[in-house]
Design a protein. Structure first.
Length: 395
């Protein structure tokens, strides 16, 4: 069969005599996805005219074409099958799947939102999309303690049976994926690019691990670059797949707040972790709490809230999920003095010297060791704070 015949689904169906279930052929779904002037809402509207089958929308004029732009009608009459063929070639790779709204594996929760993506490209295990998920999102430039909090929550909640989903972005997203990966349980990343690209590029290894242990998901065809408009659209998928969304750190104009708003509009739970009033990355979370998001201090708070939705899944989770607490660190007298001088609000070194009564050399040396061991976090302006790591109480 020639390339032209292979790339033209009409010719292929005629040759193979397979005309009974034309909707099963992904070529028409992909051609619909590429139709200029249509987004997910427009595509879903057209599918409503054709009983969910894209095939009748192509070729001769269809009543659904009324009101469409001229370029949309021209495409539906004569699609560029070469563009479709590029998508089909990508789908031929290992562990790659195309889920359409008519596919039984399409996640039921996502189908409930106002404008579900008509198609989902998946690299990894597509069955993960139907599992109970919690989205964890936040700042791309978090504090070290915020990053650690995201990892800790993700690790605990993954052990409790939840699939952790996020957006593969730098910062809190990446930390959440890493926390879940530490448990050898699935994690799911929804991208704002085609799945043949990784954004940011430094997450290439992380994306590879997620695809092996979970799944990468996008509504965008291969070759789509990281355009700014893609990411708010991606956020509705993150929240739509999940029974709840946890915001760890977020500035007042953070994209994470878009995800939280979408989750609320979709009827899903929204959780937020409060922070210091001096931390600008806590203000978005505080705003969410004022608007009705549930304040959480521990991962158990989330499990208790989601218990009625998850039933036996969460009931069995904490038994497997409870972390083993390390023995408290034994500090000598000077370390006890410095730890007593530190709190969860960043403080300058001069103030720590004054509070602890120690010399500048001693404080600098001890802060370096405490930071390397993860008990202390360095903040902007040469300030330091405690991280909340277990075992930090002076003994």
């Amino acid at each position: 069969m020639s390339i032209q015949e292979k790339s033209d689904p009409v010719t292929r169906q005629t040759r193979e005599g397979n005309c009974e279930h034309p909707a099963a052929d992904p070529a028409y779904w992909l051609a619909l996805l590429h139709t200029p002037g249509l987004g997910s809402r427009g595509i879903n509207r057209l599918l409503g005219f054709s009983g969910g089958n894209p095939r009748p929308l192509f070729g001769a004029r269809h009543p659904a074409h009324n009101g469409l732009r001229p370029e949309s009608i021209a495409w539906l009459r004569a699609p560029d099958w070469d563009r479709v063929e590029r998508d089909l070639r990508w789908l031929e790779g290992d562990d790659r799947t195309l889920l359409t709204l008519r596919d039984a594996r399409y996640p039921a929760l996502l189908k409930e939102i106002e404008d579900p993506p008509p198609l989902l490209f998946v690299q990894g295990d597509p069955t993960i999309l139907a599992m109970a998920q919690l989205a964890i999102v936040g700042s791309r430039n978090p504090t070290p303690s915020g990053r650690q909090t995201a990892m800790d929550f993700a690790r605990f909640l993954a052990q409790a049976g939840l699939v952790i989903s996020s957006g593969l972005a730098a910062g809190i997203d990446g930390a959440a994926h890493l926390g879940a990966l530490q448990t050898d349980t699935p994690t799911l990343a929804v991208t704002g690019t085609g799945l043949d690209r990784v954004y940011p590029a430094r997450h290439r290894d992380l994306a590879h691990r997620i695809a092996e242990q979970g799944a990468l998901v996008s509504e965008l065809p291969p070759g789509t670059p990281p355009l700014p408009a893609n990411f708010p659209r991606r956020n509705r998928i993150i929240s739509g797949l999940s029974i709840g969304t946890l915001v760890v750190e977020a500035a007042q104009k953070s994209g994470s707040l878009i995800t939280a708003r979408l989750a609320t509009e979709q009827g899903r739970e929204v959780f937020a972790i409060p922070g210091s009033i001096h931390n600008p990355l806590a203000r978005g979370c505080h705003a969410l709490i004022r608007q009705g998001a549930k304040l959480v201090e521990t991962a158990e708070d989330i499990l208790e809230e989601l218990g009625p939705l998850l039933g036996s899944l969460v009931a069995a989770g904490p038994q497997a999920a409870d972390p083993v607490k390390p023995a408290p660190r034994k500090w000598d007298q000077e370390y006890q003095q410095l730890m007593a001088a530190l709190d969860f609000d960043p403080a300058p070194v001069d103030l720590l010297i004054q509070r602890s009564g120690l010399t500048a050399d001693a404080v600098s040396s001890m802060l370096l060791l405490l930071e390397l061991e993860g008990f202390v976090s360095a903040a902007a302006g040469g300030r330091y704070c405690r991280t909340g790591k277990m075992g930090t109480e002076p003994q």
